[in-house]
Design a protein around this ligand. Structure first.
Ligand SMILES: NC(=O)C1=CN([C@@H]2O[C@H](COP(=O)(O)OP(=O)(O)OC[C@H]3O[C@@H](n4cnc5c(N)ncnc54)[C@H](O)[C@@H]3O)[C@@H](O)[C@H]2O)C=CC1
Ligand SMILES: O=C1[C@@H](O)[C@H](O)[C@@H](O)[C@H](O)[C@H]1O
Length: 339
């Protein structure tokens, strides 16, 4: 570690999320600095690094990870590029915060799990940032405390104003619903055992080739059900809600972002514009927790196993999208490292 214990971070992928993480590490989070960035688009990497003191610019992720002053890595390239970056970071023995998904497919995720297992210690935290959101944390604490009885069902809503260009049906599961896979496993402490995907008539706002919205149902190994309405072109903003239905009560989060207002004969609140606004605090808390743990020599937060288990559920979800019906999730045995 450099500069009196300051963590030097290489950020791989300097697009929407990567650039935001560079800003966060450079200006918001104490104890860390951006030592290097890498992007296959050299111009984008250079633009993001401009104004960041002592930050080297690379097009090759491995070169950024080997650059002077780098102690740890944030991976924010697209999901299909994560496996290569993660295997390099593990080979170099560098702690990693990897944006979700760990990898889009289960086989690649399992290869990363096996590589970490061979090292015999955890180095990877997966960026399932909802686990750091105050509302989700409140819901988790309430369910764990048990006052409402056992949770029986979860209702999730995941709405984006517009999907990015080129978004596919598979990405709707692997990039978007993967969040609900993780929070379902985390809130209930159960694995998702089977997935069914239903599709209503597509919205006129959906781009050509994307069936949007979709309705996904998870059955867990503990006998609970969770449903996800995922609607990526709802136009009105970014909205993520969750309701737990328990034996003697229900609890719901995500109804309003910020203040509720009564005015001019109307009642209501604001809908966030995008995930950066809705989850700003969660991203900050996640990166702060990762930096703090890494400086202590620890690895905390969602693990490679969580990333693999989510990828296995998503793979079942994509098979359910293609073939229809109920698809069971195939999960490898959980290694002792993630007990
Ligand atoms: N936690 C959350 O709420 C969110 C997470 N994400 C995740 O963040 C990651 C990045 O997503 P976005 O920033 O939205 O994508 P983006 O497309 O805006 O940026 C990706 C960047 O990675 C670069 N890139 C592509 N292949 C690369 C490679 N092999 N090595 C290095 N750079 C490469 C691209 O040139 C681009 O600049 C994804 O894993 C995505 O799922 C994205 C949005 C929100
Ligand atoms: O992770 C994210 C994006 O990649 C994904 O495309 C969005 O649907 C999610 O809401 C956002 O949190």
């Amino acid at each position: 570690m450099t500069q009196r214990g300051t963590l030097g971070v290489a950020v791989v992928g300097t697009g929407r999320m990567g650039a935001d993480h560079v800003r966060r590490i450079d200006r918001v989070i104490p104890g860390a600095r951006v030592a290097a960035v890498a992007d296959v688009d050299a111009g984008r990497a250079a633009a993001v690094a401009a104004g960041v003191d002592g930050c080297s610019v690379h097009t090759d992720p491995a070169a950024a990870m080997a650059a002077p002053g780098v102690d740890a890595v944030v991976v924010a390239s697209p999901g299909p590029a994560h496996e290569a970056a993660l295997l390099t970071a593990l080979e170099y023995g560098l702690p990693v915060l990897c944006e979700k998904p760990l990898t889009p497919d289960a086989a690649a995720a399992l290869r990363v799990v096996r590589a970490e297992e061979r090292l015999g210690r955890r180095l990877v935290q997966v960026g399932f940032m909802r686990r750091y959101d105050a509302e989700y944390l409140g819901l988790k604490a309430l369910l764990d405390e048990g006052g409402l009885g056992r949770p029986l069902m979860l209702h999730h809503r995941h709405r984006n104003a517009a999907s990015p260009p080129g978004f596919t049906d598979a990405m709707l599961v692997e990039d978007s619903v993967v969040h609900e896979v993780d929070v379902t496993r985390w809130l209930l402490g159960q694995e998702v055992a089977a997935v069914t995907v239903l599709r209503p008539r597509a919205s006129g706002n959906a781009p050509e080739g994307l069936a949007d919205p979709q309705f996904v149902v998870f059955e867990t190994d503990g006998g609970a059900l969770a449903d996800v309405e995922v609607y990526l072109n709802c136009r009105f903003g970014y909205q993520v809600q969750a309701e737990a239905v328990c034996e003697s009560g229900t609890a719901r989060i995500g109804d309003a972002h910020g203040m509720l207002l009564n005015t001019a004969g109307r009642w209501g609140g604001r809908v966030a514009a995008g995930f950066e606004e809705r989850f700003e605090d969660a991203y900050d808390r996640q990166v702060r927790a990762w930096v703090d743990a890494t400086r202590r020599g620890e690895v905390t937060g969602p693990s490679c196993w969580d990333g693999y288990a989510a990828a296995a559920v998503c793979e079942a979800g994509v098979r359910a999208q293609v073939g229809g019906g109920r698809v069971e999730v195939a999960l490898a045995d959980r290694p002792a490292l993630y007990a």
